[in-house]
Design a protein around this ligand. Structure first.
Ligand SMILES: *Cc1c(COP(=O)(O)O)cnc(C)c1O
Length: 408
């Protein structure tokens, strides 16, 4: 049995760093040095007979997800805006999206001059499909930018049934679901297009970067032209055939957002290793989750049966806690080295901005989202943590939450 925190003379403290990533694999460092020594960093700057790191990475990423086509780009945010542009979303259009997501998602919608229409979140932290069903016909949007925020995947079958019936096309934001699946089909394979991020805090780390994938040759030809391929699209290896570009190449603006060979070089070994990393993340996740079970006042977010997750972060709810009680928990955990983020804080901190923080959008009221986010706690699980670390973190949170729950 664990010591009672009130009587224990020594409360254990966690010493790890929540923002420390693993090093880039040695194979990636070696490949990056080769690119640097060759000086050919631009993706289309290739020697005779050379494919280039970016084209090879795209081919490997397409194979990894099962998508017919893949395009590597400068960021996840760019990937989303590129997908929206490829779908023809433009100024004044409305785009459905999650009320609970990260700032680059509404930002991508705003970047093409469109207006987000936010959908409520459920206690599972997925998009509220009943609210979506009510909005979908009424709001005039023809695209849903669906964010699998923090890796939580909704019932995709029901979501697609709702969207298909209304003629709404789905773009998946897979920033937190690279390597995850719904009912055995990889995340990103359910909508017409998908966007991924390889920014440092996601599942592969190139500092900045991302992908667009799709099976649709016309959409992908547009995305490739948009990304800044000039007339060099034939050098891609995970692209539609040249005839898909015949019309598109005259009418698609260049909105440069290419990936370079240096980033691709460090990503290729990471992609090869991703399945193993997913298992490591999930071992951390399940250990913290187990440690939090049956904590008074704390609601675990149970993962759905159809979800294959990547547990790179964990969330839980403190539904009945007041603001001062939550602050006490956060301070108690912080004093013991456990860094929690709170999506209910009135003032957005770091990445905890909410739909009502994005005041460039039309004001909307989402009472359910407000209620749920008021008690939502979020924590990163970097792979520099061991399973032992995860056990200690779970114990610290359980003790700090219990102390407040039993006090209150
Ligand atoms: C990180 C993130 C993105 C994309 O981010 P970039 O920093 O632009 O690569 C998109 N959606 C969500 C939910 C994210 O967390």
């Amino acid at each position: 049995m664990d010591a009672d925190p009130k009587t224990s003379p020594m409360k254990p403290v966690f010493k790890g760093n929540f923002t420390q990533q693993e090093p880039i694999p040695e194979a990636g460092i070696a490949a990056a040095l080769d690119v640097l020594r060759g000086g050919r960093l631009h993706r289309y700057n290739v020697a005779e007979g050379e494919a280039g790191e970016v084209a090879l990475l795209e081919e490997e990423f397409a194979a990894f997800t099962g998508a017919r086509y893949a395009l590597a780009v400068a960021s996840g945010g760019y990937a989303m805006s590129c997908a929206l542009r490829a779908l023809g979303v433009g100024p004044g259009d409305r785009v459905l999206s999650n009320g609970f997501t990260l700032a680059p998602v509404p930002g991508a919608i705003a970047s093409v001059g469109a207006e987000p229409v936010f959908v409520e979140v459920t206690e599972d932290l997925t998009i509220d499909l009943d609210h979506l069903a009510r909005l979908v016909g009424a709001c005039g949007a023809s695209v849903l930018l669906l964010s699998h925020m923090r890796g939580h995947v909704c019932d995709m079958d029901r979501l697609l049934a709702i969207c298909d019936a209304a003629g709404v096309r789905v773009v998946e934001d897979c920033a937190h679901t690279m390597g995850a699946a719904w009912n055995g089909l990889p995340s990103g394979r359910h909508g017409v297009m998908a966007a991924y991020s390889t920014q440092t805090y996601k599942h592969m780390n190139s500092g900045e970067g991302g992908f667009v994938t799709s099976d649709d040759p016309a959409l992908m030809a547009r995305a490739i032209m948009l990304s800044g391929s000039y007339m060099l699209y034939a050098r891609h290896r995970a692209a539609p055939p040249p005839d898909a570009f015949e019309q598109v190449k005259w009418v698609t603006p260049n909105v440069s957002g290419r990936m370079d060979n240096l980033r691709a070089a460090i990503l290729r070994p990471q992609l090869a290793d991703l399945p193993r990393q997913v298992d490591r993340w999930n071992a951390l996740y399940r250990t913290v989750e187990q440690g939090l079970r049956n904590t008074p006042g704390l609601k675990i977010i149970e993962r759905r049966e159809g979800e294959s997750i990547v547990g790179s972060s964990i969330q839980f709810l403190l539904p009945a806690f007041s603001e001062p009680q939550i602050t006490t928990v956060l301070e108690g955990c912080a004093a013991r080295g456990v860094e929690l983020k709170w999506f209910g804080c009135a003032e957005p901190v770091a990445f905890t901005s909410r739909y009502d923080s994005w005041r460039y959008t039309d004001a909307q009221s989402l009472p359910e989202t407000d209620r749920i986010l008021a008690g939502l706690i979020d924590m990163r699980l970097p792979l520099t943590f061991s399973v032992g670390d995860a056990g200690l973190i779970g114990r610290i949170i359980r003790e700090e939450v219990s102390a407040v729950a039993l006090d209150g």
